[in-house]
Design a protein around this ligand. Structure first.
Ligand SMILES: *Cc1c(COP(=O)(O)O)cnc(C)c1O
Length: 448
């Protein structure tokens, strides 16, 4: 039954409205029921979800969802998710699932190879880039303190030497969250002014030292622009600073000969975070944390207990804050095996090409393209804030596609993130038509 419902959903994905319809949203009310006192029939549970749940999803696996920076899901990765969910493996330790351990170890080698990172780089699989940055910055903090003669493991954070964090004023919200969790407050953070494309200004970089964590970004969430890793990493490495790159969707540029220039020099960083569930089109939740120093990595995230049996083989929990985890490596492995290095590059190139096509078509309609479309993000405006807001309102209600608003340099903008393998030329044309109707609607409204 689940299989039947799922096929039904997938078969209709490219025809259906991307955002739920008003009449479907009303069905959500049915879920607010009191705690069931007795159990429910299994089939009824599935039917309830299919009838009242599925119409209230965003058609994220179709080709016309451009909200936030999400990604679709390659069919093979969904299939692998299904198959391996039936296995219900815990990737905590090798002894808890040899297959999960081996596949995770293989993924580590493949990812290090794919991104051309230092051979000794270690990988952990986490829920997303938020977790990945938290893990990486934990290792960064602890390692810096230890190098400066302070035993964080014994003394904790109280009384520790000050650590400085240098980042761009456009750093992602999840970075600030991670820093706050780690006890690094706004007084310890230096925000560097940015260039017009949102990247870090080299001439505004403060002095770095061995107590500094420099946080860079591959892919600004508005413009898609990349920090100048090559130069920045050289400067930071000269001063023995720790360099973390938040590469949630951008790091994948490195895999393509056409776009690798954007990420040039990224391999000179110390740690990286990247999502498989964005650009690589693996289902949620699959984030990747990478760190050049395996021992420091495992030390910072180690847990001890009489029953924990570390094996000398791949013990996944050493590379994350979590203990029990579903085995995310299966889908990651499947995506890499299915696409191969060449296929991953092609995927990246296709997303970027679609973004450029989008920008070109929208520009013909009279939209101003606010960014240089270097990667997969397109930032548009129509005449002014008010008109832009109206067009977006129309397009969102039209439900042919979905994209969201953003603020760029004090102005309202519409942001399109082209992140799904499933987007076709036809999809783009359907969206362009919706934007065209949006302009007509806005103009009419203006006249009245
Ligand atoms: C999406 C994103 C994040 C957060 O990643 P999650 O997988 O949602 O936790 C961090 N940084 C950037 C640049 C992002 O695009």
């Amino acid at each position: 039954m689940a299989k039947e419902y799922a096929f039904d959903y997938i078969d209709g994905i490219s025809e259906r409205n991307v955002y739920p319809k008003e009449e479907d949203l009303l069905k959500l009310k049915s879920f607010y029921e009191p705690l069931p006192q007795i159990g429910t029939d299994e089939e009824e549970i599935l039917t309830t979800l299919h009838l009242n749940g599925s119409p209230n999803t965003l058609a994220q696996t179709g080709g016309r969802y451009y909200g936030f920076v999400n990604g679709g899901a390659l069919p093979v990765t969904l299939a692998v998710r299904w198959l391996t969910d039936v296995w219900d493996q815990n990737s905590v330790l090798y002894v808890a699932s040899p297959i999960a351990g081996v596949i995770e170890e293989v993924c580590e080698k493949w990812i290090v190879d794919l991104f051309e990172l230092p051979a000794e780089t270690a990988m952990g699989l986490v829920g997303g880039s938020s977790d990945a940055s938290l893990c990486a910055l934990t290792v960064a903090r602890n390692t810096i303190l230890e190098r400066n003669g302070y035993n964080i493991y014994e003394n904790g954070l109280m009384g520790a030497p000050e650590i400085r964090v240098v980042l761009s004023e456009n750093a992602h919200a999840t970075i600030f969250k991670a820093l706050s969790v780690l006890g690094i407050g706004s007084k310890n953070i230096i925000k560097v002014e940015s260039n017009p494309d949102g990247t870090m200004r080299l001439d505004k970089l403060p002095e770095l030292d061995e107590k500094t964590i420099l946080i860079l970004q591959a892919g600004n969430v508005n413009t898609g622009a990349f920090d100048q890793f090559d130069t920045l990493c050289d400067l930071a490495n000269e001063k023995n600073a720790w360099i973390h790159i938040d590469g949630a969707f951008g790091l994948w540029a490195k895999t393509s000969k056409v776009y690798a220039y954007l990420a040039k020099g990224m391999e000179k960083a110390t740690s990286w975070s990247v999502d498989a569930h964005k650009t690589l089109n693996v289902p949620y939740d699959c984030g990747i944390v990478l760190c050049k120093y395996r021992d420091a990595f495992c030390k910072a995230l180690q847990a001890n207990g009489a029953y924990i049996i570390y094996s000398g083989k791949r013990d996944g929990m050493l590379y994350t804050t979590a203990m029990s985890r579903r085995a995310r490596a299966f889908e990651l492995w499947a995506a890499i095996k299915y696409l191969g290095k060449e296929g991953i590059a092609t995927l990246v190139e296709t997303l970027c090409r679609n973004a450029k096509t989008f920008a070109g078509r929208l520009s013909q309609l009279g939209f101003t393209i606010l960014n240089d479309v270097v990667y997969n993000q397109v930032l548009i405006q129509y005449v002014d804030d008010e008109m832009t807001k109206r067009v977006l309102e129309y397009v969102q209600n039209d439900r042919v596609c979905w994209c969201g608003p953003t603020q760029w340099k004090g102005n309202m903008a519409i942001r399109l993130s082209v992140c799904s393998w499933a987007t076709t030329k036809e999809d783009i044309e359907l969206c362009v038509d919706s934007f065209k109707r949006g302009i007509e609607y806005t103009r009419e409204k203006n006249l009245n």
